[in-house]
Design a protein around this ligand. Sequence first.
Ligand SMILES: *[C@@H]1O[C@H](CO)[C@@H](O)[C@H](O)[C@H]1NC(C)=O
Ligand SMILES: *[C@@H]1O[C@H](CO)[C@@H](O)[C@H](O)[C@H]1NC(C)=O
Ligand SMILES: *[C@@H]1O[C@H](CO)[C@@H](O)[C@H](O)[C@H]1NC(C)=O
Length: 486
Amino acid sequence: MVFIKTITLLCLLIAVKGELRRFPDTLSFGVATASYQIEGAWNATDKGENIWDRLTHTTDMIKDRSNGDVACDSYNQHKRDVEMLKQLGVDYYRFSISWSRILPDGFSNRLSQDGIAYYDSLINDLLVANITPFATLYHWDLPQRLQDLGGWSNPMMADYFLDFAEVVFEAFGDRVQNWLTFNEPWVVCLQGYGGVGKAPALNMSGIAEYLCAHNLIKAHAMAYHLYDDVYRPLQGGRIGWTLNSNWHEPANQYPADIEAAERAMQFHLGWFGHPVFSTEGDYPQVMKERIAKRSLEQGYPRSRLPEFTTEEIAYIRGTYDFFGLNHYTTTLVRMPTTISKELSYYDDLGTEGFEDPAWPGSASVWLKVVPWGFRNLLNWIKENYYNPEIIVFENGFSDRDNKDDVDRISYYNQYLNALLDALEDGCNVTAYTAWSLMDNFEWLQGYTERFGLYYVDFNDPRRTRTPKASAFYYKSILESRTIERD
Ligand SMILES: *[C@@H]1O[C@H](CO)[C@@H](O)[C@H](O)[C@H]1NC(C)=O
Ligand SMILES: *[C@@H]1O[C@H](CO)[C@@H](O)[C@H](O)[C@H]1NC(C)=O
Ligand SMILES: *[C@@H]1O[C@H](CO)[C@@H](O)[C@H](O)[C@H]1NC(C)=O
């Protein structure tokens, strides 16, 4: 039924719009998931507790009071997941490795053989299916033991992460040649340490997110160098990280608003992008200046933004094999009428962000459909970071409970058209990843917001998966390598 409707819809789209645009042969396609959002088996054998286990079990912060104890049950059903990937016809699968499933205590003195066996099995099945594994080392599920020691605000965490990375490269690097160190460090630090939007919900804005970022950036660079020095010569392969960013569009063409939008880009993407992707390295100048000045005005003896040494700047700069990008939506930015003296990242940034009420929405308050923002963002990266190879690791749309998901199809159609526009502008995007393979645990929103190409029945103990209309749509794009012009 869904299938028939999709075919009708596709014919209709083609009949109405007519023109097809072709993707270059150099562009590959995949889908993504993350360990805590799909695996379940939170207490299988010797797996350790992580910060999402703790947050979901001990607070009432999850909208539907749910948790990831079972989630999509992928720990037991990864063979079904691989079947779905084959049905879609993707080139690669982006998944993440749960730190506390591999190292139950967080430290590398004790390895879980069952945890390693799980990822071995998944990776081997992917290779048999001729699907390239793309593994993320950290998709937000820090072992709780390490959080008890301060998590990413503790400088030692970079060493512990390096130990974890070494175990993972050693265990899987003979078969996995594509690596991401971190998923969305901005979210990890800003929402997890500055605010309460993600675990560990530390809520110490103006201080904690900058500490978190500082240690996390070093951890990334250390893992990159380990791979580059030791594993790349043996295993080949490539490694980077993936940064999330909205496009920040000036609300008006007043110089003050143009400057505010650019500042928002630097505080958002530049915070993590500038140290790694620019030629001079280090945090963006505008962040260093503003935070230092405001810190002094607030009576602090030094900037709340920690400083890198000259050696650290050189060590961190260039630690990438590609620019990883997660993108969903756009924000309009203007200069506020008064600048607040409060202690927070957003007050340091000092801009006002809002949405155009005409933009179509989704099930997520933050996600509006603004495809031209994707094109602008890709061009901003091209211009600011010397036209790097860009891999889009997440892009997608949320709805509630709907297998005939025409709005998701429309989102993908429009955003993929914007990607083709960006390619025509000269941006070097080599891969595109849809978020997500299937509906899953959407963090504080629990199971109330769905991003999947496959529908998951969370009331069914078997967690039955059914392709939505968008799964057939994505499959048809991958087969034909064309899309209707929007
Ligand atoms: C694992 O957690 C589930 C709840 O998700 C609980 O019912 C079960 O007893 C736990 N198993 C063990 C071995 O602790
Ligand atoms: C987070 O901190 C802010 C500012 O100190 C406070 O107003 C808010 O209530 C805190 N939120 C939670 C959930 O603790
Ligand atoms: C895009 O990046 C790839 C990988 O680095 C490179 O081989 C290719 O030449 C680049 N293409 C363009 C048009 O710059």
